[in-house]
Write a protein that binds this ligand. Structure first.
Ligand code: ZN
Length: 419
């Protein structure tokens, strides 16, 4: 028995969502970083000492080699399992007489554990290098606990995804992609909303920012940027990293600004405020909402593409499955999902960099303190041993933020336009 999808419907969903995504991204994403001003990034040698540059470049090159290899190995492994009969045969062998809805999460776990084990040596080498270069001081037990926790989170997400696709495809073989797309749009918002409450506490403890002059300055800045601050939290990031950072997460009632404890300990108050101003700018521009909305549309595009691929004779023959309703399709679905992540990464990061640049501009205008901005950007880069001039492929595929040199140029541009 072969259940086929309504291909015309899938093409319609795919093209409709793609057009909507492109239009929305074109209109909502602040593509021109500093209002059309051209950026003129300084030379790395002008802002970093030769020592700093050598250290950062050597660290970044080593980490790049490890993380890119790990990225490729993960992708190749999942394609090798998914787009050959190995994945479906593995499924049939290990699941035995389990009902499909138990077999699917079981296989999801096997796939993830296999991927983790294969890349574990690379992760451990990266960890060693981070220890040597002073970027982390986390013990091995803590590190392995983090790995296990993130594996559990990935497992929960992958299982939900696979159960949804396969379960709905069994009920509605022709239109499953449309139902799944609708459910996943809701799920994407749900994850954004609940991530800070459900997942972040697994990895860190959070405390309210203590009362005092710094907290008062943060609240004044929030008022200046027109942001209603519900929560400013401090996370115990120092237990796994020595880098300085902050972020904003959640939607509506779960929205919070989180500062690394390292940032408060090691940066000057002006520098920390510059970072807070950047995070407040994300809140003001509702960047989490924008990112979630674009992400949800991306998911619709992805589900329609997945349905068309799974429906094609070539994929079904290669994978040895009958279609999305066949639980043995778990491996090929997982492979296509991870391929989708790799393919869409440049677009996601291009959107992210534009949003980050806008947050920098807003922060610079709100604080009117380009000096603190410059010094904290240099400090962040120095601490994280970021490569000020990453190779183009790395920048396009993995850089979610403008480089430190670009960020310094953003400060210059804002300063020029401010007179
Ligand atoms: Zn940001």
């Amino acid at each position: 028995m072969e259940a086929r999808i309504d291909r015309r419907g899938a093409w319609l969903v795919l093209s409709g969502a793609t057009v909507l995504l492109v239009v929305l991204a074109a209109v909502m994403v602040p593509w021109s970083w500093v209002g059309g001003a051209t950026l003129d990034p300084p030379a790395a040698g002008d802002v970093f000492s030769r020592d700093q540059l050598e250290k950062a470049e050597s660290h970044a090159a080593a980490l790049r080699a490890l993380s890119w290899t790990s990225y490729l190995v993960t992708l190749v492994l999942s394609l090798a399992l998914g787009l050959t009969r190995v994945g479906s045969a593995l499924f049939r062998r290990v699941t035995g007489r389990l009902p499909w809805w138990l077999a699917v999460p079981w296989v999801a776990l096997l796939l993830l554990v296999l991927g983790r084990l294969v890349t574990l040596p690379l992760s451990l080498l990266a960890r060693r290098r981070n220890l040597e270069d002073g970027l982390t001081n986390q013990g091995l037990a803590g590190y392995l606990t983090d790995l296990a926790l993130s594996l559990l989170v990935s497992w929960a997400l992958l299982s939900v995804l696979l159960l949804l696709f396969i379960g709905v495809a069994r009920r509605s073989p022709r239109w499953w992609f449309a139902w799944c797309a609708a459910v996943l749009v809701g799920f994407t918002f749900f994850v954004s909303l609940l991530y800070p409450v459900l997942v972040e506490p697994l990895f860190n403890d959070f405390e309210q920012l203590p009362d005092g002059p710094f907290e008062e300055a943060v609240l004044a800045l929030a008022e200046e940027e027109g942001v209603a601050v519900r929560e400013v939290l401090v996370s115990d990031a120092s237990r796994r990293t020595t880098t300085l950072n902050a972020y904003v997460s959640g939607l509506g009632g779960t929205r919070r600004i989180v500062l690394y404890d390292n940032l408060l300990a090691d940066a000057t108050p002006e520098e920390a405020l510059s970072v807070v101003a950047h995070e407040l700018a994300h809140a003001r521009h509702r960047d989490v909402f924008l990112g979630t909305g674009l992400g949800a549309l991306g998911v619709v595009v992805g589900v329609a593409a997945l349905a068309l691929l799974l429906d094609s004779g070539w994929v079904r023959r290669r994978a040895g499955v009958r279609g999305a309703a066949d639980p043995a399709a778990a491996a090929v679905i997982a492979a296509l999902v991870s391929l989708g992540g790799v393919v869409s990464s440049p677009a996601q990061n291009a959107v992210s960099r534009a949003i980050e640049a806008r947050a920098d501009v807003t922060a610079l205008e709100a604080t009117d303190d380009t000096e603190a901005f410059r010094s904290v950007q240099l400090r962040l880069a120095e601490r994280s041993l970021a490569d000020p001039t990453p190779p183009l492929v790395g920048y396009v595929w993995f850089s979610s933020h403008p480089t430190v040199l670009q960020r310094l140029a953003i400060a210059d541009a804002v300063e020029r336009s401010g007179g």
